[in-house]
Design a protein around this ligand. Structure first.
Ligand SMILES: Cc1cc2nc3c(=O)[nH]c(=O)nc-3n(C[C@H](O)[C@H](O)[C@H](O)COP(=O)(O)OP(=O)(O)OC[C@H]3O[C@@H](n4cnc5c(N)ncnc54)[C@H](O)[C@@H]3O)c2cc1C
Length: 463
């Protein structure tokens, strides 16, 4: 017997639950098909557990530096109890999961706990276990999986995916992080704080490909200062051994070999689009495996939409949210504006933190903008000095002709909070005059005040 809904969402991660919540709020009858607990990668195997363990890393750093602030611990050295940290992390995840479950219930969303497949595209039929769930519209939000090195599967003991790292019970003495993107840099930073000897291997010329080059170069220098070894322009050539791993790679200085205990593979995530009947149902995939969509997030099958990591867009939870809102808007017959991917904020929670919104200096120049830029160092910021983190800077890039802010890039303390102001500046097309106050922003309450100042000063609407 088929069950009928206005919208059937396949996958209960950020893209899927955002679609369900937004649809439910709009009065639509919504079903979510999810074979695990709702929350997806972000809540169970990604953003939240990673940020929780990074918080443990920050506490360790703070305690180690306590003496600098006159807080004397005597001869006591802080000891990391990973079991306690993991339990705390799980507590946060569980609480948030219950929160999402409660929100879905409150919006009247029906959840099918089953593996789903797209059984009939044109008729919008999703098979959830033994049940056929039919929607006037379907939203695909099946997410992504960690990519393995070619020919080398994850084993959870020596070759780890992000999921293994986040469930780690013991800190490796020597770790190689393959891939210096956002996730790789967060793990390198965390493991270094936890006491590992960390090496990062990155194919591109610098860490964080896609970030502003000045920011990425600065991060490389800061990692080096922290004792993290970074090899850029380098390629893995061999891995041998079982208990200890002998790793070989080609670097600009020639072949390098290294002995490590564990390899953390963070070379990107692939879209989870195979084996669920998508192509058979007429949903066209790109050669990368991502689902092809238009600006309304509709796939090549009318009435079937796709959002989140299965779409070829930045793999960020808030991008999934934004795409879900666009898809539901389209289902409601509205004319939603497509997500402007270049304007979404990025936040990377390594130490020092990195965040940005808008174009990098390189991208702005490549677009033909004549640019002006302004770089303000945290070294001259009283709050940064007070907290003992004077390293880093805020960089604002603007068009030289009309002074429109094109990009705001932050590396240093609270970058991931401060960037919200950069985000507002970029998305409201503020001029450099409007954001003079950005560089004086302070953390926590005063950070939020910075945004309020922008909202009031920029005459923002309540929406
Ligand atoms: C270590 C790490 C750190 C990250 N940190 C951040 C961060 O700080 N900020 C940020 O914005 N993003 C971060 N991300 C990325 C973020 O997690 C993803 O962009 C986001 O989870 C994508 O959401 P999604 O809904 O598209 O997919 P997912 O979160 O992957 O959810 C997909 C859901 O679909 C379910 N599913 C799949 N197939 C089926 C099926 N056939 N039947 C039923 N259910 C199915 C899965 O079980 C899953 O619950 C991080 C990712 C990782 C791995």
């Amino acid at each position: 017997m088929a069950e009928q809904f206005d919208v059937v969402v396949l996958g209960g991660g950020p893209g899927g639950y955002a679609a369900a919540l937004y649809g439910g709020s709009a009065g639509l009858k919504v079903a979510v098909v999810e074979d695990q607990r709702v929350g997806g990668t972000c809540l169970h195997r990604g953003c939240v557990p990673a940020k929780d363990l990074l918080q443990t890393a920050e506490v360790l750093r703070t305690v180690r530096a306590a003496g600098d602030f006159g807080v004397m611990l005597g001869d006591v050295e802080p000891v990391l109890d990973l079991a306690v940290a993991q339990a705390r992390k799980q507590g946060v995840v569980d609480k948030l999961t219950k929160g999402v479950e409660g929100l879905l219930k409150a919006r009247g969303v029906t959840t099918f706990s089953a593996w789903g497949t797209l059984a009939d595209g044109p008729n919008h039929v999703v098979r959830a276990g033994d049940t056929e769930v039919v929607g006037d519209a379907v939203v695909l939000a099946t997410g992504s999986y960690p990519r393995a090195l070619p020919g080398l599967d994850f084993d959870g003991a020596r070759i780890l995916s992000s999921e293994h790292v986040l469930a780690m019970e013991k800190v490796p003495a020597r770790a190689l992080v393959v891939g210096g993107g956002a996730i790789g840099c967060e793990f390198a930073s965390m493991l270094s704080d936890f006491g590992s000897e960390v090496t990062v291997l990155e194919m591109a010329p610098r860490l964080l490909p896609g970030a502003d080059e000045q920011v990425a170069d600065f991060l490389g220098r800061m990692f080096k200062r922290r004792g993290i070894t970074v090899h850029t322009d380098s390629r893995l050539t061999s891995i041998e051994g079982t208990t200890e791993l002998e790793v070989g790679f080609e670097s600009p200085d020639g072949p390098v070999s290294l002995t490590v205990d564990q390899i953390i593979v963070s070379i990107g995530r692939g879209p989870r689009t195979a084996g669920m009947g998508f192509e058979e149902a007429g949903v066209e995939l790109l050669s990368s495996g991502h689902v092809r969509t238009d600006g309304r997030m509709e796939t090549t099958v009318p009435g079937i939409y796709a959002v989140g990591d299965i779409v070829d867009s930045p793999q960020l939870a808030h991008v999934g949210f934004a795409e879900a809102i666009v898809a539901i808007g389209a289902i409601l017959g509205e004319d939603p504006a497509p997500v402007e991917y270049e304007r979404v904020p990025w936040g990377i929670y390594c130490h020092p933190e990195v965040a940005w919104a808008g174009l990098t200096e390189e991208a702005a120049t490549a677009r033909g903008h004549e640019i002006v830029k302004s770089v303000h160092r945290f070294g001259g910021n009283s709050r940064a000095l007070i907290i003992g983190e004077p390293e880093g800077f805020v960089k604002v890039i603007a068009d030289a002709t009309d002074h429109t802010v094109l990009g705001v890039h932050v590396i240093g303390p609270w970058a991931t909070e401060l960037v919200t102001e950069g985000y507002l500046a970029v998305n409201w097309e503020a001029t450099t005059d409007d954001i003079g106050r950005l560089v004086h922003a302070h953390p926590t309450l005063s950070e939020l005040l910075g945004e309020s100042a922008l909202a009031v000063g920029g005459r923002g609407l309540h929406g």
